[in-house]
Design a protein around this ligand. Structure first.
Ligand SMILES: Cc1ncc(COP(=O)(O)O)c(C=O)c1O
Length: 283
C-alpha cells in the first residue's frame, strides 16, 4: 500500500508530495507542528493537541488554515487512507508561500501538510520495559520554547549527540545547571523523597500534552507532585527518572550520563504511570 500525504487541500502520494521552495517553513522555519500518537485507531489526547496548536499559531500570528472540525476530518482521513491503527500523525502549518522577506507577507494563505505512519506498539512497549538512557547537553535554544515551532536545530543537534553516544534521548541543561527538558520530550524524576517532579511550565519548556495527562494521572493516584526545576545531580541521585511525549508516551530512564538511576532499572512509578496512561488514553 502506498503512503498518502495531505498537502494544501489534496491527498497525494507521499513520494510525490511537495511544497513550494518559497514556503516560509522551508525558508525561515516560520511554522508550527503537532504530533498525535495513535493507539488502536484512536488519537490520544486529541483535545490537548488541538488546544496547543491553536496557541502556537496564535503566538506566531499565523491564521488557522481551516476549522477544527475540518482539520479533524483531514486527520481521520489520513489515518484511514494510510491504515494507521497504531502510529503517529504529523501536522505542520506554516505562514505560507511568499517572496523571501523576513517580515510577514500580506494576504498569504498558510500552508498545511499532514503525514501519518504506522509504528510498532509492541516494540515501543518493550523499549519502555527495558528503559532507555539519556545524556545531557547544554540547552542552546531560543527564549520561546513554549511554542511548538518547526525551528528545531538545537533539538536536532542534541538528539544527534545522544545517538552518537548510543543514548535514546538528550536532556538539555540551562545556564543554571538545571534540566529543562529532552530534545523531544519532557523530563521527570521521582526525587529521593519520593516526589514526582517535573519542571514548571514557562517559556523554557514545551508544555507537553502527555506531561499534562500524566499530572492528572498522578493526582488520581494521590501522588506527591512538584512542578519545579531540578539539577543533573539531583536527577542522577533520584529514585527514578522518565520521559514523556506523544511518541514515547511514558518511558522509564535507567541511566543519565552513564550513571545508573534507581539501580539502573525502570522505576515502578514510571512503569505504573505508563500503564495508567495507556489505559486512560484508550477510554
Ligand atoms: C521539546 C519537546 N518537549 C516536550 C515534548 C513532549 O510533548 P508532547 O507530550 O505534547 O508530545 C516534545 C514533543 O515533541 C518536544 O519536542
Amino acid at each position: 500500500m502506498s503512503r498518502i500525504a495531505y498537502v494544501n487541500g489534496a491527498y497525494v502520494h507521499h513520494h510525490h508530495a511537495c511544497v513550494h521552495i518559497e514556503d516560509r517553513g522551508y525558508q525561515f522555519s516560520d511554522g508550527v507542528y503537532e504530533v498525535w500518537a495513535i493507539r488502536q485507531g484512536k488519537m490520544l489526547d486529541n483535545a490537548g493537541h488541538f488546544q496547543r496548536l491553536k496557541r502556537s499559531l496564535g503566538e506566531l500570528r499565523i491564521a488557522a488554515p481551516m476549522s477544527d472540525a475540518a482539520l479533524r476530518v483531514v486527520l481521520h482521513e489520513m489515518m484511514r487512507k494510510n491504515r494507521v491503527r497504531n502510529g503517529l500523525v504529523y501536522l505542520q502549518i506554516t505562514r505560507g508561500v511568499a517572496p523571501r522577506d523576513h517580515a510577514f507577507p500580506n494576504n498569504t494563505l498558510p500552508s498545511i501538510v499532514v503525514t501519518a505512519k504506522c509504528t510498532n506498539p509492541g516494540k515501543a512497549d518493550q523499549t519502555a520495559r527495558n528503559g532507555v538512557t539519556v545524556i545531557t547537553v547544554p540547552d542552546e535554544r531560543w527564549a520561546r520554547c513554549d511554542i511548538k515551532s518547526v525551528s528545531l536545530l538545537p533539538n536536532i543537534l542534541a538528539k544527534q549527540a545522544a545517538h552518537e553516544k548510543g543514548a535514546f534521548e538528550a536532556w538539555m541543561v540551562d545556564n543554571n545547571g538545571l534540566i529543562t527538558e529532552g530534545s523531544s520530550s519532557n523530563a521527570w524524576i521521582v526525587s529521593k523523597e519520593g516526589v514526582l517532579t517535573t519542571r514548571n511550565l514557562s517559556s523554557d519548556i514545551l508544555g507537553g500534552i502527555t506531561r499534562a495527562h500524566v499530572l492528572t494521572l498522578a493526582a488520581e493516584r494521590q501522588m506527591k507532585v512538584e512542578e519545579r526545576s531540578f539539577s543533573l545531580e539531583e536527577a542522577q541521585n533520584a529514585r527514578e527518572a522518565f520521559m514523556t511525549s506523544a511518541t514515547t508516551l511514558v518511558t522509564p530512564i535507567t541511566h543519565i550520563d552513564a550513571k545508573a538511576v534507581g539501580g539502573g532499572k525502570p522505576g515502578p512509578l514510571a512503569s505504573a504511570l505508563r500503564k495508567d496512561y495507556l489505559k486512560s488514553a484508550a477510554t
